[in-house]
Design a protein around this ligand. Structure first.
Ligand SMILES: Cc1cc2nc3c(=O)[nH]c(=O)nc-3n(C[C@H](O)[C@H](O)[C@H](O)COP(=O)(O)OP(=O)(O)OC[C@H]3O[C@@H](n4cnc5c(N)ncnc54)[C@H](O)[C@@H]3O)c2cc1C
Length: 495
């Protein structure tokens, strides 16, 4: 390289989940400009998108974390296509509740008749929430149900289980922001279900199920221009004199021009020396929980807690009879993971959320001889506080001292958001958006760029730039208001 040629910027990506890999993929397309390094705590890439072999006949593997997505996951699907992977289609069948409180999306039940007036009313409630989204983003669904005069029965038997299905929020479900829920039904381009004013849910939307995720992410990492370091945990990050100095768990230090964090926000705050005030506020506001998934073949346990149609249902949601705001979820992986079809085994997975509330878990009822796998996860809460005090202010920390942030916590916990957030971080560093031919993919990318970076993808005089210029001072006023509000919430919170 001649002395007049600028050397490529050394970029470190911390973590190789979907968001980190997406960032590495986009940056790796310009090897003359970026020298990309990925340091990953585990041996393999993929993060919570992982696959494992399970004991028992058939030498079977399962995807034990991330399972699938909707057809609107355009960035994920484009990325998969580029590396020769396809998802398997599946038509979602869900079993909610048990006995008199049982209902589903594929057949009429007594419960939907009982609540038919409330179902109609909830349609109107959702439309109001959607109209005044910027206010309702701060209001948890449990409060909205009270304010709009919905009964506890309808809320506990139908609405909360439905929200738990969308966001896998378990015991935290009552705190989910109502505006986010309204979007699931009313967003023109991204909605998963059409609202049924008679039955609430009556569609079996086409979803896709991921192929072997471990294989997929290993293939991607091998084919993109990046240096992958497995089992290399970032321990400290120092940002000085316009450079980023990163030390790993063996005490080895390297210097980078830019760093992209694609691990959890709590890890960022643990490794970052001297985080700024805004970094502490925005990232420190995110609440994390410990969840555990038990993969098992205990049919008796399933029949006890769910309405079990062995060869039909894929998802099961259970409300605790003593406290219906506490929810558990199970899956019958054999009814949708294609490699398990016809294996002659029903492989179930039950997820227990938030170990602070584990006294209500039914985990001890699963026959230990039938347990095939136990795995712990760390998940962030989709509470209204997340949407009030983190999402709108991500833009103020992006790029601070050559530091960029991606991962699901920048918005909501979906694989699509993970991938988009990696692409937006790479774009801010100067990489091109890789799927401009796909309008829906591009729209979602541009929305994330505007919301979480405060930037537009288009330049010149157009609607996006006008919106972003008008929004800038409003966002600052909102920031100051939110910081004051957060201060008062902290002072008056009971816990
Ligand atoms: C159990 C589970 C199931 C899910 N199922 C679905 C689903 O079916 N569909 C869907 O759309 N979404 C699902 N999600 C949401 C999921 O979070 C996203 O789909 C996405 O895969 C998350 O990607 P990420 O890059 O944000 O984070 P992660 O996948 O968590 O990646 C973070 C990476 O950072 C690494 N790391 C952490 N600390 C360090 C360190 N100090 N140094 C180096 N590396 C570090 C970690 O090892 C990890 O690989 C699920 C989440 C969980 C937990």
């Amino acid at each position: 390289m001649s002395i007049f040629t600028k050397r490529p910027a050394r970029v470190l990506i911390v973590g190789s989940g979907a968001s980190g890999i997406a960032a590495a993929y986009a940056l790796g397309k310009c090897p003359d400009r970026f020298d990309v390094h990925v340091w990953e705590k585990s041996a393999l890439p993929g993060g919570v998108a992982s696959s494992v072999r399970i004991e028992g006949p058939g030498n079977l593997f399962i995807n034990d974390g991330v399972q699938g997505g909707t057809r609107s996951y355009r960035n994920v699907l484009n990325l998969m296509t580029e590396f020769g992977f396809v998802g398997s289609p599946v038509y979602l069948k869900i079993s909610f509740g048990k006995g008199p409180t049982a209902w589903s999306n594929y057949k009429k039940t007594q419960l939907t008749d009982t609540h038919k007036d409330e179902i109609k009313k909830f349609d109107r409630t959702l439309r109001i929430i959607n109209k005044f989204e910027c206010v309702f983003v701060f209001v948890p669904i449990s409060k909205v149900m009270q304010w709009f005069g919905h009964s506890d029965e309808f809320c506990n038997q139908m609405v909360l289980p439905l929200v738990a299905l969308f966001f896998a929020t378990g015991n935290q479900t009552p705190n989910v922001s109502s505006a986010v829920i309204a979007r699931v039904f009313l967003d023109d381009k991204l909605r998963m279900f059409d609202y049924d004013p008679e039955r609430l849910l009556s569609q079996m939307p086409e979803m896709f199920i991921f192929p072997n995720l471990c294989e997929m992410y290993q293939t991607i990492v091998k084919k993109i221009a990046c240096t992958f370091h497995g089992e290399r945990t970032v321990e400290f990050v120092n940002r000085e004199q316009g450079k980023v100095f990163v030390t790993d768990d063996k005490g080895c230090q390297e210097e980078f021009d830019e760093i992209i964090f694609s691990c959890t926000a709590e890890t960022v705050l643990a490794v970052l020396r001297n985080p700024t005030f805004m970094e502490r506020k925005v990232l420190g506001n995110i609440e994390y929980y410990n969840d555990v998934t038990i993969t098992h073949e205990d049919e008796e346990y399933m029949a006890k807690h769910y309405e079990l149609n062995t060869n039909v249902d894929q998802y099961f949601i259970r409300s605790d009879p003593d406290d219906p705001t506490k929810l558990e979820m199970s899956f019958n992986l054999s009814n949708y993971q294609p490699q398990l079809k016809g294996c002659g085994r029903n492989i179930y997975q039950t997820i227990f959320l938030n170990d602070a509330a584990k006294s209500a878990w039914t985990i001890n009822e699963i026959n230990t001889n039938k347990i095939r796998l136990e795995k712990w996860w760390r998940k962030f809460s989709h509470s209204w506080r997340h949407f009030a005090f983190t999402v709108p202010f991500m833009r103020y920390i992006q790029g601070t001292k050559h530091t960029w942030y991606c991962g699901t916590y920048t918005l909501i916990g979906t694989h699509e958001v993970a991938v988009i957030s990696g692409l937006t971080a790479a774009y801010r560093l100067g990489a091109k958006y890789p799927f401009p031919q796909d309008d829906l993919a591009k729209m979602q990318f541009e929305d994330h760029l505007l919301l979480c970076h405060g930037k537009t993808a288009r330049f010149g005089c157009n609607k996006d730039t006008v919106v972003s210029i008008c929004m800038a001072p409003l966002m600052r006023i909102f920031l100051v208001t939110a910081l004051c509000l957060q201060f008062f919430v902290r002072c008056f919170r009971k816990d």
